[in-house]
Design a protein around this ligand. Structure first.
Ligand code: KIV
Ligand code: ZN
Length: 526
């Protein structure tokens, strides 16, 4: 810790990249490292150079290009590994070699079974202790800054851990990493371990204590915070908590917990928190993942309020349900998600934001219809809400109304037949097109006597499962005017037809042009 700032060691590019099934190339790693620089992490662990030529290249290029943070690379207590780290870090302004070995019985006995490492547990431990000390000495030939990791410290015999730590500090280690490699610890216990290291290792004041927690039992962030409470100076974490198995402590969660609860922890970090959201998005994209909506700090719903009680509270005072500000992590202002449980107050607020000035009885009408639609479609978008307003209290007399449609499609062409209510009459038109949407728009065009051009068209689904709702939007031009149309249905072709007819209704109102009473072929889609 420097000036009450916990040092943030980001290992997204090393442990994060050990996420099952993922590999990043050197250029992708460089792109992320530049973003980590903007985020102002203190240390970037760029890779494990001996593992592959591409990783060696990634560490070299990041060392050359990225300035500011310390750049470190991983090795085992093997001289060849350390030599590769030194070569890859050669151009770094602030290089650090990170070396280490397992200290738990599970590692000492499980990985070093061969008698050549010693016959008994004590002999094997002694052998590894000497190798660890020699590895640190070897790394010191290249760099001043050497970090030692005591792998699986979360499950080890403390007396042996203290001995190893003391030995590697005497050999010159500047940072001691105490990992809970298997995510086995619980917060109180992990905090006690850090306190015990501080108390029982006589030369610990000569090194910085780092912690590195895995998330196998979902406690990586909690264990990390417990470590900080007990005197850890540096925390190792990854963006979005990615990493080996269930991943590592999530950087964004640790950073915002320390910042938001500074009253409790009494420390902060150097992180530029407004870069957090961008960093999480970039890493998710490059790793081909999505950030879950309920992800702490950076999930899409992290600042969204849905229930009526919450929405009402937030509209009166954000402090009622928000402990962080979305702007502080680089997200847009939190929004109220309109669902069946949002309540009148939230609905009215959104209507005002959309520019509607409505009478109380109009709002009641809209609210009643909103509840019916929200039960069907879960989340009511702005466009869906506008369509409800149009239907219930507004405005445009509806010239056209979809009654039914029939589509037949082959690989080469589609034929659409559409029935539309025009005033009190129901009329029918047919047209063929390149696909079902083209055919249906062309058939609808036959109901008007002016040229209509399709400017834009999009469909999206707003809920999942078999009953997923399709929302279609069109932008059409007619008689020099451009309007938007909106339609929703569980059938996206019907949603598209409704959107197109909605647009036509608006064009008719704007142009005061009339429905063609008899059909001809003049309707076209450009
Ligand atoms: O989890 C772990 O112990 C590690 C070390 C290599 C630092 O990732
Ligand atoms: Zn790890």
């Amino acid at each position: 810790m420097v000036n009450n700032k916990v040092i943030i060691f980001d290992t997204t590019l090393r442990d994060g990249e050990q996420t099952a099934g993922f590999r990043l190339g050197a250029n992708e790693k460089l792109e992320i490292a530049k973003q980590l620089m903007a985020l102002k992490v203190d240390v970037i662990e760029a890779g494990y150079p001996i593992s592959s030529p591409e990783d060696f290249k990634a560490v070299s290029i990041i060392s050359e290009v990225v300035e500011g943070p310390i750049i470190t690379a991983l090795s085992r207590i093997v001289e060849a590994d350390i030599d590769e780290c030194a070569k890859a870090l050669a151009k770094a302004k602030r290089p650090r070699i990170h070396t280490g070995v397992g200290v738990s019985d599970a590692h000492v006995l499980g990985k070093f079974k061969d008698d050549k490492y010693g016959k008994t547990k004590d002999e094997k431990r002694e052998y590894l202790f000497q190798k660890a000390v020699n590895a640190v000495r070897h790394a010191k030939r290249y760099v001043d800054d050497v970090q030692f990791y005591a792998e699986d410290a979360g499950r080890c015999d403390e007396a042996y851990l203290f001995k190893v730590i003391e030995g590697v500090i005497d050999a010159g280690a500047t940072v001691i990493n105490i990992p809970d490699t298997t995510g086995y610890s619980v917060p109180e216990q992990f905090g006690d371990l850090i306190a015990a290291v501080k108390k029982n290792v006589p030369n610990i004041h000569k090194a910085m204590i780092s912690i590195h927690c895995h998330n196998d039992l979902g406690m990586a962030v909690a264990n990390t915070l417990a470590g900080v409470r007990n005197g850890a100076h540096q925390v190792e974490c990854t963006i979005n908590g990615i990493g080996e198995r269930a991943g590592n402590a999530a950087l964004e969660e640790v950073v915002m917990a320390l910042r938001t609860r500074c009253d409790y922890f009494g420390v902060d970090t150097n992180i530029e928190s407004r870069e957090l959201y961008k960093s999480c998005q970039l890493v998710a994209k490059r790793f081909g993942m999505t950030v879950p909506p309920n992800k702490a700090v950076v999930g899409g719903n992290a600042f969204a309020h849905s229930s009526g009680i919450h929405a009402d509270g937030v509209l009166k005072d954000k402090n009622t349900y928000e402990i962080m500000r979305p702007q502080d992590i680089g997200m847009e202002e939190g929004k109220i998600i309109l669902t069946a449980r949002s309540g009148r107050r939230a609905l009215q607020h959104r209507l005002e934001e959309l520019g509607y000035e409505l009478l109380p009885e109009e709002i009641e009408k809209i609210y009643a219809r909103f509840l019916i639609e929200a039960d069907k479609i879960k989340e009511v978008s702005d466009q869906a809400l506008q369509a409800i307003v149009e239907d219930e209290v507004r405005i445009s007399p509806k010239m056209y109304d979809l009654v039914s449609m029939e589509i037949s499609t082959t690989i080469d062409a589609s034929l659409a037949t559409v029935k539309i209510r025009v005033g009190s009459d129901v009329k029918q038109e047919s047209a063929s097109g390149d696909g079902p949407i083209d055919a249906i728009f062309k058939a609808i065009n036959k109901f008007v006597d002016f040229h209509v051009r399709l400017v834009d068209y999009a469909v999206k689904t707003t809920s999942s499962g078999e009953e997923a709702l399709g929302e279609a939007t069109v932008q059409i031009e007619g008689k020099g005017k451009i309007v938007n149309g909106y339609g929703a249905s569980t059938n996206i072709i019907e949603a598209s037809a409704k959107a197109y007819i909605d647009g036509l209704n608006k064009l008719v109102v704007m142009n005061e042009c009339n429905l063609k009473q008899s059909c001809n072929d003049s309707g076209r889609i450009a």
